[in-house]
Design a protein around this ligand. Structure first.
Ligand SMILES: [Zn+2]
Length: 65
């Protein structure tokens, strides 16, 4: 089943630098959440922002100090 509004995007892992594909959910805009990198399995912190036209942009950063 396809949830409407999900957008596929790719981000660069802040740990290993690999490009990974992610699904962005419009319901997560403004929230921070953690998703493990598909390559190095380390926890990436995501912050979603909504751009003009309803496109979602993911800002990523490492969860370590
Ligand atoms: Zn990684």
């Amino acid at each position: 089943m396809t949830a409407p509004g999900l957008q596929e995007s790719s981000v660069y892992c802040p740990y290993c630098g690999e490009s990974i594909s992610v699904l962005l959910n419009p319901e997560d805009v403004g929230l921070d959440y953690i998703e493990d990198c598909q390559v190095c399995c380390r926890p990436i912190e995501f912050h979603l922002r909504e751009q003009a036209g309803g496109w979602l942009e993911a800002e990523v950063r490492s969860d370590v100090e």
